[in-house]
Design a protein around this ligand. Sequence first.
Ligand SMILES: Nc1ncnc2c1ncn2[C@@H]1O[C@H](COP(=O)(O)OP(=O)(O)OP(=O)(O)O)[C@@H](O)[C@H]1O
Length: 303
Amino acid sequence: MSVPEPVPAIEVRDVWRRFPQRRTSLRGGRPAPVDALAGVSLTVPRGGRFGIVGESGSGKSTLLRILAGLDRPTSGTVLFDGSPTGSPTGDAARGPVGRVQMVFQDPMGSLDPRMRIDAVVAEPLLAQGRRDVAEPVAAALAAVGLDADAGRRYPHQFSGGQRQRISLARAIVGDPAVLLADEAVSALDVTVRASVLALLDRLVTERGLTLVFVSHDLSVVRRVCQEVMVLRSGEVVEHGPTDRVWADPQHPYTRELLAAVPTLARSLELARDRADRQARAGSRADTRVDTRADIDHQQEERE
Ligand SMILES: Nc1ncnc2c1ncn2[C@@H]1O[C@H](COP(=O)(O)OP(=O)(O)OP(=O)(O)O)[C@@H](O)[C@H]1O
């Protein structure tokens, strides 16, 4: 008897998203529509980590917005756990709300400056109709390395890396199945980026999350994703295991993207080596410091 294939967490089948052109061309004439996505398909198994890379304008955010249920495809299908959502004729409101959480590039843009951190982190729970939020909010803050006191403060009282930790606390507090990260570490400097990536990696592993991680930088995607898709002008130009695409890119566009990477990759490696050295230096019997993430987090706090 054959064992049925497990249902993937996410399945995108031949998705197109067409936008009307925003501006008329200088030469006049009718503005042509833009296909932000042109026949994109992908499958992410439960607990899988899927990266999407491409330059600005390649369609990464459009795809993520569709996965988040914030936008609908012009045609094609998106399935979560085998059930359709956000189909062209379907009801976008039935989207994957609750099961899917998103982390954005700019925490200042996504955290309301007038709201205390405990209220910010509680938002997904309140949206689910939960009222008993204090305990899960404190647990989510602890899970991202912030103490309960942080809940009484406001976003501007934190560094960039800490604000991204707060975004992660808000993303995990409601126990989602899928995490969508849109350039989630791109605005952070190198050391802080390594620390937030290590935290993301740990949270995804510990909670068995399915991750879709968007970045323009393949060296960053390589740190957290097993599989990667390269998008250009809404089309998939390459798709495969991240290590293979990194080591042996098949498409000239992927090679171009990689040509921009070495400096970034090297500085990330240097930051990690530095954190390791500091961890070794700090591993006295009375010190609890034992991971790169801890070290990086302490550096971040000293900023
Ligand atoms: N609401 C919209 N109206 C019209 N065109 C849009 C809209 N959203 C995106 N586009 C166009 O779709 C294409 C893909 O945009 P998208 O933001 O998905 O790319 P991206 O790869 O995420 O780029 P970036 O990294 O700069 O955000 C671009 O040509 C963009 O101008």
